[in-house]
Design a protein around this ligand. Structure first.
Ligand code: UDP
Length: 244
């Protein structure tokens, strides 16, 4: 957390946030299924000013072979930020943060993907963050779910993700970059709406037990909004735009 700009008003007297949103309003979300011809499945997401492309490959042979599992398929996830994706150029070498986010996204997707149907194989998910503006792990996780579905990988449900948080002593939906830097808490949530199961929950900051519960509730509501947009992206690709 740590205040970057102490003078910035995070929440005004009318309950409007620094980017003009209401407390329960997510940023603009656009998801497109497909688009990469060399991938088995792909998706592109714009979530506010985040722009992220995901390519899925597999199920395919595992190299090196000893990493394969005779009982089940394995999921491999690489989250990568382009050096130009942030204001201050990011070092192209994999950072601890990218390794951590790759791991949490993989673990958030695993309950959704029916890997047991593909023993000895791997499904690879490559995430390229082209532009980052706070909340990339949630946007990437949501896009990865659509890319997996686009690849025809059998899934129990899609994982939809959205963060909630605490800003100016108020619980808000979908924390933006400024709120993440100067706010009091940030809680990324991944949720499978049809199964009503949370697969990702992280918390940066301090909350009371009541605030914690409210943050989970608000975040889950955000995931449900994202879920509808994920389903629409797949319907638009496979049944044509305009269909419900
Ligand atoms: N960020 C950055 N440089 C970096 C890493 C992150 O400017 O090397 C910014 C980026 O906009 C990112 C935000 O910090 O979205 C918050 O990063 P965090 O680690 O909280 O993950 P995220 O919210 O993206 O899931």
């Amino acid at each position: 957390m740590g205040g970057r700009d102490a003078t910035m008003v995070l929440l005004d007297e009318n309950g409007i946030r620094c980017d003009g949103r209401k407390v329960d309003e997510p940023r603009r979300i656009m998801i497109k299924a497909g688009g990469l011809k060399n991938a088995d499945g792909s998706a592109y997401i714009e979530f506010g000013d985040n722009k992220i492309l995901v390519g899925v490959f597999g199920p395919r042979d595992v190299h090196p072979k000893h990493m394969s599992n005779t009982d089940t398929g394995i999921l491999r996830v690489r989250y990568h930020m382009e050096p130009f994706s942030v204001g201050e150029r990011k070092n192209p070498a994999p950072s601890r943060r990218e390794i951590e986010i790759s791991k949490v996204i993989k673990e958030a997707l695993e309950p959704a993907v029916m890997l047991e149907k593909f023993p000895r194989t791997a499904v690879d998910v490559f995430i390229e963050v082209l532009q980052a503006d706070g909340g990339t792990r949630c946007a990437a996780l949501s896009a990865a779910s659509v890319a997996l579905a686009d690849a025809g990988i059998p899934m129990r449900d899609m994982v939809a993700a959205c963060a909630s948080g605490k800003v100016a002593d108020t619980i808000v939906l979908d924390v933006n970059n400024e709120e993440d830097q100067a706010g009091q808490a940030d809680m990324p949530i991944g949720y499978m709406p049809s199964l009503e199961k949370i697969t990702l929950l992280q918390l940066d900051g301090v909350l009371t037990p009541e605030e914690y519960k409210k943050c989970v509730d608000v975040g889950v509501q955000g995931c449900k909004i994202v879920y509808d947009i994920q389903k629409k992206a797949l319907k638009d690709k496979y049944f044509g735009k305009g269909d419900d």
